[in-house]
Design a binder for this molecule. Structure first.
Ligand code: SF4
Length: 350
């Protein structure tokens, strides 16, 4: 059911004017900066994004630079952020913007939404913050805050609920400060009406209007059905090295073009847990050392990894890896290869 949020607007803007954190993309809200920051913020907290943002903008200062960047450069800049398809989509969108819009993101909500990787949330953020267009920017963060204010038990994972909330906000958005209004809600969700745990209601500028606070149900909201349990995959990962100490090279292979970590470099690995004897049967002449186990959690899958260092003497003919692997020095990997954080457990043994 629709809820009238009109009354929260002045309180939120007043609070935002006094409490907004100073952030590079807020100080200079160029459309490109807002876009980059919002895509990064979809997966990481503000504090962590600052460093990534600065590095990205220094390396690729505008849409042309993003459109023309080599894939390895792009992926290296994204290393550690995960969800690499997001940056690949940004590049696809940048190329369209160069081709169709003369290198400037369109100042048009609907046109923004047609670009790869830009959904209603990001389109609303760019339109409102960079161009002053009164469009909402609703993500899980805003859904939490607003459903608490309304004490609504709607399931926030439903697209219909999000669409209704966008309509509710469209009706009340201040035409003179739409970007600040969206950002005040984002900021409130990030710093006061926080997820996982008790929100800081005593510091909240709309506490007196918040129905969840009044009813004491703020921690029950928002409602979202439990996610399906993650699938567990057991893998054996090899830190394969060749060459003498000081001149060693490490084996990497490319993942398939589709699916998890598509097209990225990885440490060679196989399904299941192999014992040391089984590893020795693959690399009979090599020196094999068991490394600490690792674990990495993706959204739907969890990898549990048994890791071995393999000092190669030669690669056995029939090993499937032989065809696919490439060797790099540690320096090359550090400087230009993006090795997904799934392999962090092995990085110190490279
Ligand atoms: Fe969130 Fe509490 Fe503020 Fe309500 S009063 S919006 S629950 S922080």
């Amino acid at each position: 059911m629709s809820y009238d949020y009109t009354e929260i607007v002045p309180y939120l803007l007043h609070w935002y004017d006094r409490n907004a954190r100073i952030l590079a993309w807020r100080e200079n809200p160029k459309p490109y900066y807002v876009w980059v920051s919002e895509i990064m913020l979809q997966q990481t907290r503000v504090e962590a994004v600052k460093g990534y943002f600065d590095r990205f903008i220094t390396e690729l200062p505008d849409i042309r630079a993003l459109a023309e960047a080599e894939e390895e450069v792009l992926l290296k800049l994204w290393e550690g952020l995960g969800y690499y398809n997001r940056v690949r989509n940004m590049q696809k969108a940048a190329r369209i913007v160069m081709e169709d819009y003369g290198g400037e993101l369109p100042a048009d909500y609907e046109a923004l939404k047609k670009l790869p990787g830009i959904g209603s949330y990001t389109a609303g953020a760019i339109a409102s913050i960079a161009y002053g267009i009164a469009e909402p920017s609703v993500d899980g963060n805003l859904l939490r805050v607003l459903k608490r204010i309304a004490a609504s038990y709607d399931d926030i994972t439903k697209e219909k609920v999000k669409k209704e909330l966008e309509e509710d906000l469209r009706r009340i958005m201040p035409k003179d400060r739409p970007g600040d209004f969206n950002q005040s809600l984002m900021e409130l969700g990030a710093t006061v009406c926080i997820p996982n745990g008790k929100p800081l209601c005593e510091q909240c500028p709309v506490m007196h209007l918040c129905k969840a606070f009044k009813n004491g149900c703020e921690q029950e909201l928002p409602v979202k059905p439990k996610k399906k349990e993650r699938r567990i995959e057991e893998r054996t990962v090899f830190v394969m090295k060749q060459g003498t100490v000081g001149k060693q090279e490490i084996a990497l292979k490319k993942r398939p073009a589709k699916g998890l970590l598509s097209g990225l470099w990885e440490l060679p690995n196989v399904d299941g847990y192999l014992t040391k004897d089984e590893v020795r049967s693959i690399f009979p002449k090599s020196e094999i050392t068991r490394l600490p186990d690792g674990k990495h959690i993706f959204s739907h899958v969890e990898w549990r990894m048994r890791c071995y260092e393999v000092l190669l003497k030669e690669l056995k003919e029939e090993t499937v890896m032989k065809e696919e692997i490439h060797f790099f020095t540690k320096k090359e990997i550090e400087e230009r290869i993006s090795l997904p954080s799934a392999f962090d457990c092995c990085k110190k043994y490279l």
